[in-house]
Design a protein around this ligand. Sequence first.
Ligand SMILES: [Zn+2]
Length: 163
Amino acid sequence: MEKSESAQNRAKQALETYLHGHGLRCTPERFAILEAVFNIDGNFSPDMLLEEMTERQNFRVSRATVYNNLIIFEQAGLVKRLLLGGSIRFVLGWHENCNMSLVCTGCGKVTDIQDRKIDTQIHDLKMRRFQMTGYSIQVFGLCSKCSQALKRRMKKIENKRNK
Ligand SMILES: [Zn+2]
C-alpha cells in the first residue's frame, strides 16, 4: 500500500471532493481521522483507530465519530472493509483502480493486486435490479513470512515425532 506524502495528499483531496459533493462538512476531525488511518500499519479495527487517535495523537474523539467517519471513508473509496476471523477490520484502500486484496490470515498483511480480466468480467456481469457502485475481492492465504514460519513449525513437530 502506497503511504507516501503525495498519496496522503491525494486521499485528502478525494475526501474533500467527496464531502463537498455530498453536502458534508469538512471538519478538522475528519482529516485527523484520515491521518490516523495513514499512520496505522496494516488492517485495523475501529477501536484500534480510536486508540491511535486518543493515545498517540492526543486527539479527543468519540467512538461513534470514528466509526461514522470510517463509513464515509469507505463510501469515498479511501478505506476497504475486511472480515477477518469474524471481526470487522478496515484497511487503507487508497490505490486508484485497485480492487483485489490478498489477505494473510496469519499476520493480517494486505497486498493489493490488479487484474484487468476479472475487472472486465465483473463490469460485464448482468445484475438484475441492482446498480453496482463498486466491488472488492479478498483472497485469503498466507504471506511468504507466515508460510515459512508454518513450515518451520511443522518441521519441528516432525523432528520431535521421529526422535
Ligand atoms: Zn503473514
